[in-house]
Each structure stands twice: as structure tokens, then as C-alpha cells.
Design a protein around this ligand. Structure first.
Ligand SMILES: [Zn+2]
Length: 380
């Protein structure tokens, strides 16, 4: 996607995906060649074909170029020898774009330059032929060029109307594709990688799955704390960014840079919060306590939380990464400092659960069960 302002970008992406149905078109973005050169796989790809990548929009803020993106970029540039390396990662201040979570690459090939146009035509013809066989092997969700979009998950619809992209091919990857875990690179078909998961509604996803996440993300929790400060991420410029930088001992520049992002990730871990790397609502609630406008933790005392938890959650095991009111009630019942009662089952929650299980002579598993609720209430 091209750089567009916040909001507008999200709208464009949304509508490209959602409303292009009626504009199915058989014509390709540029004339495709009769003889196709294509790319050569670095390994024997095997006979099994990767599943069709589903459309998964940007769900984290992760500046960087993951291996699958870097390798395809290198292979394309080497094979065709034309066009610029262009963008992979960008900031997270430009609305929804797979560039922000490292799953997109812009190959700079202009339709007005014959050589570049021919290279793009060859690549796209190769990528999309046979219902997008090569796109599946590479884990490519969709490509956009010269006002046309083609998506693996809508291969039957062929090239559909889109906008812009006359000076570059935009390529969006699935998580498997971005991380290079597809048959093209490895020779084998891997389980679907769901990528980072969002924990709290309206907040950036947690980057706590650096590796492969083969479990579908659980449901998103409503916010346990809200503040009067805006949720900000890498790339934003805002006076509140300066405030946060000051509170975290960094130079107050007002620009959300990678240094602030890195500092936040370790700070969030230490504060029992999802590691989003963003100035999200749960983070502000601890970092700037005077900004809090709602705090569900205050609805419970440790005693009322023990009773409430035993009554309502005795059939529900709670474990690392769980998020929501049930976790908040557990944290309150365990007597965590109010500040650490976040509704997110982080490292401190695991430690507190283990300590309590030890104290109650229960199996020290780090997972809280109905038996633990019973023992806790009996001991209180
Ligand atoms: Zn792009």
C-alpha cells in the first residue's frame, strides 16, 4: 500500500478487500508475457502444496524485515535485475498496513519504464498462474500493481480493480510467508502460523510470539483500565510521547522511535502487561496513574475476589497469556499489588500463582484451577 494518512489508509485497505467483488476483471494489470521466466526455488519444493493463505490484516506493530520477506526480495532482485528494493517495514502510524508488522514488500518497478514493467509482468504472471500455485508456495496473500489487485484467497476472481501502485508492486505475506516457513523455502508444508495475538480490545497485538504461533488467537478481552491519553505506537509524534519518554528516563523528543518501543517491551514485561511495544491503555494506566478513567480492579477487594473467583471460575483453568476479567479477579484474589492487577496473565501472575500453590500445598504448576480456588478459600 502507498503512504496515506491515518484513517484514510484503513478505509482504503478495508474497501479494497471488501467491495471489489463486483469489479472482477479478467484483464491483467499490464500485458503478461507468453513465455514466463519466473523464479527458481532454492530447494526441491515437494508435491504437497501450502494451504491458501487467508486474509489476515496487520495485527501487530513490528518494524523489521522477517526472513521470508528478505529472501523473496533478494531472489526477485537477483532474478530480474531491475527495480528498487523499496519498502518492507514502515512505522505503525500510517493506519492498517501489513508493512507495519513486517509482512509486506514494495518492489519498485514503474509501469512507465519498459524494462521494469516487463519484469513485473513476468513475476506476476508466474506468481498467479495455475490458481496462484507459486503464491501459495511463497505464502503471498495478495499483490497490487497498476490499479489491480490479485489475492490468493480470491484466486478465482482473477485481477480486480484497485488503486494506485503504478510505480511498485505491493506484496503482502501470510505469517508463514513472512517468516519463510513455506514449501518454497523449506520443501515442506508447515502448519498455519497465526502470528501475534491481540489481548485487549482496540489495542495493538502483543509481540510475545516471536516464533511460530500455530494456535488460533483466543478472543479479545475488553479493556480492564482506560485512560484519558491516546494509544500511540512506533512512528507517532505527540506531546504524550514526550511525557512517556520522560517517565521512562529517555530523551523527550515527542517522536515514538524504536528506542522507546524496545524500552516499553521490557517495561511491559516487568509490569505484568502484554508486550505490545506501544503506549496502549493498560500501559498508560500504570505509567501515568493520574490518567486513569476506569479501573475494573477497584470493583474487588482481595476477599471479594476470592469468593467471586471460586463461585464463577471454578471450572476454568487460567494460565500464562490468558487475558480478561477472570485473570484480574485471580490477581486480586492472590493479593498482587493493585498496580500489577492488569487482567493479563504475565510473568508476575505466574510467579504469584506458583507461590500461592506452594503455600497451599497444591501442585506447583503455574496454572490456576478450581481445586486451587477451593484451597485458597478454605485457607482464608
Ligand atoms: Zn506496499
Amino acid at each position: 500500500m502507498r503512504r496515506i494518512g491515518i484513517g484514510l489508509m484503513a478505509a482504503v485497505l478495508c474497501c479494497t478487500m471488501a467491495t471489489a467483488t463486483s469489479q472482477a476483471s479478467s484483464s491483467t494489470p499490464v500485458p503478461f508475457p507468453k513465455t514466463i521466466k519466473g523464479l527458481k526455488a532454492p530447494v526441491s519444493v515437494g508435491s504437497a502444496l501450502d494451504p491458501v493463505p487467508a486474509y489476515v490484516p496487520q495485527n501487530a506493530c513490528q518494524p523489521g524485515t522477517p526472513p521470508g520477506v528478505a529472501k523473496l526480495r533478494a531472489l526477485v532482485l537477483k532474478t530480474y535485475g531491475v527495480g528498487g528494493a523499496g519498502n518492507t517495514a514502515r512505522t505503525c502510524a500510517e493506519g492498517t498496513s501489513e508493512h507495519s508488522d513486517g509482512r509486506a514488500w514494495d518492489w519498485m518497478v514503474n509501469v512507465k519504464t519498459a524494462k521494469e514493467k516487463a519484469a513485473a509482468a513476468d513475476f506476476l504472471a508466474w506468481l498467479t498462474r495455475n490458481d496462484g500455485r507459486a503464491a501459495r508456495r511463497l505464502g503471498i496473500m495478495y499483490v497490487i500493481y497498476n490499479k489491480k489487485i490479485w489475492a490468493s484467497y480470491r484466486a478465482k476472481d482473477g485481477w480486480r480493480a484497485s488503486s494506485g501502485h503504478t510505480d511498485h508492486v505491493h506484496i503482502s505475506f501470510s505469517w508463514n510467508g513472512a517468516r519463510g516457513n513455506t514449501s518454497w523455502w523449506t520443501g515442506t508444508v508447515r502448519p498455519v502460523d497465526h502470528g501475534p495475538c491481540q489481548r485487549f480490545a482496540g489495542q495493538p497485538s502483543a509481540v510475545d510470539t516471536k516464533k511460530v504461533n500455530t494456535k488460533p488467537c483466543p478472543g479479545v478481552s475488553p479493556l480492564m483500565k482506560t485512560t484519558n491519553l491516546p494509544t500511540l505506537e512506533y512512528g507517532h509524534k505527540h506531546s504524550a510521547v514526550s511525557t512517556a519518554q520522560g517517565l521512562l528516563g529517555l530523551a523527550r523528543t515527542g517522536t515514538f522511535d524504536t528506542q522507546l518501543r524496545a524500552r516499553l517491551i521490557s517495561w511491559q514485561r516487568a509490569n505484568n502487561l502484554p508486550k505490545t511495544g506501544g503506549l496502549d491503555q493498560p500501559t498508560w494506566a500504570i505509567l501515568r496513574t493520574t490518567s486513569v478513567t476506569k479501573n475494573v480492579a477497584k470493583e474487588y477487594t482481595p476477599a471479594s475476589a476470592r469468593t467471586y473467583g471460586a463461585k464463577n471460575y471454578s471450572t476454568r483453568s487460567m494460565r500464562s497469556l490468558d487475558t480478561g476479567r477472570h485473570v484480574l479477579v485471580l490477581q486480586r484474589a492472590l493479593g498482587l499489588p493493585l498496580k500489577r492487577v492488569t487482567g493479563y496473565f504475565g510473568v508476575q501472575t505466574t510467579d504469584a500463582v506458583k507461590a500461592m500453590q506452594r503455600q497451599l500445598n497444591r501442585p506447583v504448576t503455574g496454572t490456576w484451577t478450581g481445586g486451587d480456588w477451593k484451597a485458597l478459600n478454605a485457607a482464608s
